[in-house]
Design a protein around this ligand. Sequence first.
Ligand SMILES: [Zn+2]
Length: 160
Amino acid sequence: MEHLWAPWRLEYMKSADTQDECLFCAAAANPDDPARLVVHLGSHAVALLNKFPYASGHFMVAPVRHVGDYEELTDEEVLELHRFASAGMGGLAELYAPQGYNLGWNLGRIAGAGVVDHVHLHVVPRWAGDTNFMPVLADVKILPEHLEETRQKLRVAWPT
Ligand SMILES: [Zn+2]
């Protein structure tokens, strides 16, 4: 389990490096595009599913503003980021009843960030024994249909 936050998948990091657009800015600008995997958009923050999740329901929360420095987050952004993390966990609790969560900020490439210039918080639901059927180091196959289904469910379950 000590590896959970370090080894972001190589493919993901490669693709993040070669993309012209920022995936978080694109998500905030196109919240209704299923490909962006947005589950909730607010004034200061956006919540979206991770395209390469460690577990079902793995989502991320990012400020709407394109900002790469954690210390530059405004009070309004910090508040909504954490409110969205909390709300998303509320939705996941209703949908999948996780037994725990890992929340983490990967700041900088050395810390495993796939996107380094737009800070984001990962929320990964955990279940006892989950690494047995979905090893965090394995090349997990996630079907797009599965992600879209999770997205729809989480949008509905998002606490208001
Ligand atoms: Zn951005």
